[in-house]
Design a protein around this ligand. Structure first.
Ligand SMILES: O=C(O)[C@@H](CO)OP(=O)(O)O
Length: 223
């Protein structure tokens, strides 16, 4: 039996300012750093010893990871970073204020862009270049993603990097983003496409999954 803890990063400056973020690499606020410390304390209280941590290529998740590892006194464990754990790419919405977009297109459309499973946001007209993704080969950066697209690029990471380690009995920690964690929760909790819009993941709120030795969920606990 192994344990997985998943955690959304602490508040970012874009969360604070109500900006569509996606793959924008924005820092944590002071409040966000505090949320990461508090999350670390909650994880420390469980006494779980982790074999590895998985996070994205974005500083709000990486910095949260380091704060949590320090709080649980496990800075020595391997820390794997992948674009597959990045937030869902918000396409041409990225960088825009959510309230301003809502004033333009209405609440219903913004809700669909933010929470539907299949709807793709307006795409960027070109792929941006960022050297951090070169190591993963060409064409990694999307021009925008639905939650469904993010789900499908996340799952190979789960299957190749996380599930085998859990099956081996090694506890794992994932520090990622609202939508990639919603995608993972959809898979783990078997949430229907139509119901995923109801699932929210709060900044800095660790969720613990205990599995049996065939990777069935035995227990889910919000810490
Ligand atoms: O802007 C984003 O990238 C995400 C997460 O902060 O926001 P939303 O909850 O609107 O999907």
């Amino acid at each position: 039996m192994a344990t997985l803890v998943i955690l959304r990063h602490g508040e970012s400056v874009a969360n604070r300012d109500n900006i569509f973020t996606g793959w924008s690499d924005v820092p944590l606020t002071a409040k966000g750093r505090g949320q990461a410390v508090a999350a670390g304390k909650l994880v420390a209280e469980t006494g779980i010893q982790f074999a590895a941590l998985h996070t994205s290529m974005l500083q709000r998740a990486i910095v949260t990871s380091d704060i949590v590892l320090e709080a649980i006194d496990q800075l020595y464990i391997p820390e794997y970073k992948s674009w597959r754990l990045n937030e869902r790419h918000y396409g041409a919405l990225r960088g825009k204020n959510k309230a301003a977009v809502q004033a333009e297109v209405g609440e219903r459309q913004v809700k669909i862009w933010r929470r539907s499973f299949e709807t793709v946001p307006p795409l960027l007209d070109h792929v941006t270049q960022d050297r951090r993704y070169d190591q993963f080969g060409p064409h990694v950066e999307p021009r925008g993603e639905s939650l469904e697209m993010a789900y499908h690029r996340l799952m190979p990471y789960w299957e190749d990097q996380v599930a085998p380690r859990l099956l081996n009995g090694d506890n794992q920690l994932i520090v990622a983003h609202g939508s990639t964690l919603r995608a993972l929760i959809k898979y783990l909790d078997q949430v229907a496409d139509a119901d995923i819009s109801q699932v929210e993941v709060a900044n800095g709120e660790p969720i613990q999954y205990d599995f049996d030795d065939r990777l069935n969920v035995l227990k889910k606990t919000v810490l």
